[in-house]
Write a protein of this length. Structure first.
Length: 290
């Protein structure tokens, strides 16, 4: 039993005529008769009574008809859905972003993408790099922005951009009198940092440990605006992407004498078939990073 046989059967049943069914299908009448005879042979049932030019459904044919109609309807719906995805009339891209990256690097990119492809839906969530890796592996998101992916089994990644990290201090803080800072000097002050589990926090911990320091973390929060507010008021200093404090008249950005960069990559699950919408978003990101 195949779709062609079912389509011929439904047309004959709905028109009560082999001739009219053949005309609607755009084929010769013998082809319709052959297809239905093959369907009956496959099922081992008689589906139609043929009396002169009149065609009537048998009890078996009446039982099959609604099933056949439903199958053909679902196939048509699936075909239309795939066509819409192919033509980008519909589709959704599920994206996971680190908080700092999502707040300051991606908004303009996402708006530009939406302007170019207004019918594609972007579903965004914020998480740390390690959590994003797990979300990709569990198929909870389609694409993730990952910091320093290293050797990641089960993920495919491509480099995206490499922003620089700076030290951020309030204008009244003693460090505001200088333009650069050593890491050893940075770790001698109270810090406001992301919570454990975020790559940014783990990296700072590693840098401190390598220099024999235990970071004096006075505040922990993943809220970017709260971090900025704490820095402005001089309660603590932090290290963030330069774009986070760019243009803020109440925060001084100090470059590290030993620069630190975050290697941002876009990643997806290895072996996972990306949809047309996913590929379109991926190509857009890589185009913007050129």
């Amino acid at each position: 039993m195949d779709l062609r046989q079912l389509r011929n059967f439904v047309m004959v049943a709905e028109h009560a005529s082999f001739t009219r069914a053949a005309k609607v299908l755009g084929v010769a009448q013998p082809a319709v008769s052959t297809a239905i005879k093959k369907l009956e042979n496959d099922l081992g049932l008689v589906l139609l009574h043929r009396q002169d030019k009149r065609v009537q459904l048998t009890a078996e044919g009446q039982e099959l008809l609604p099933h056949a109609q439903a199958i053909l309807q679902r196939v048509e719906q699936a075909t239309q859905a795939m066509a819409r995805l192919r033509d980008l009339d519909r589709g959704e891209v599920r994206i996971a972003l680190p908080g700092m990256i999502g707040s300051y690097y991606f908004p303009a990119l996402l708006m530009a993408f939406h302007h170019r492809y207004p019918d594609l839906k972007l579903s965004l969530c914020e998480a740390g790099t390690n959590e994003i890796r797990g979300m990709l592996e569990r198929d909870e998101v389609d694409i993730g922005i990952i910091i320093d992916p290293g050797e990641q089994m089960g993920l495919d990644t491509l480099p995206l951009t490499r922003p620089e990290m700076i030290a951020a201090v309030g204008l009244e803080h003693p460090l505001a009198q200088q333009d650069t800072i050593e890491w050893d000097e940075f770790f001698q002050h109270e810090l406001v940092m992301f919570k454990p589990g975020y790559y940014h926090r783990e990296l700072v911990n590693e840098l401190a440990q390598a220099r024999g320091f235990t970071p004096d973390i006075a505040f922990e929060t993943n809220l970017i605006e709260l971090i900025r507010s704490i820095v402005r008021q001089g309660f603590a200093i932090t290290t963030v992407l330069d774009m986070v404090v760019e243009g803020d008249p109440e925060i001084k950005a100090l470059k590290f004498k030993e620069p630190m960069f975050l290697d941002l990559h876009v990643g997806w699950k290895s072996g996972r078939a990306l949809t047309q919408a996913d590929r379109t978003f991926l190509d857009f990101l890589l185009e913007q990073s050129d």
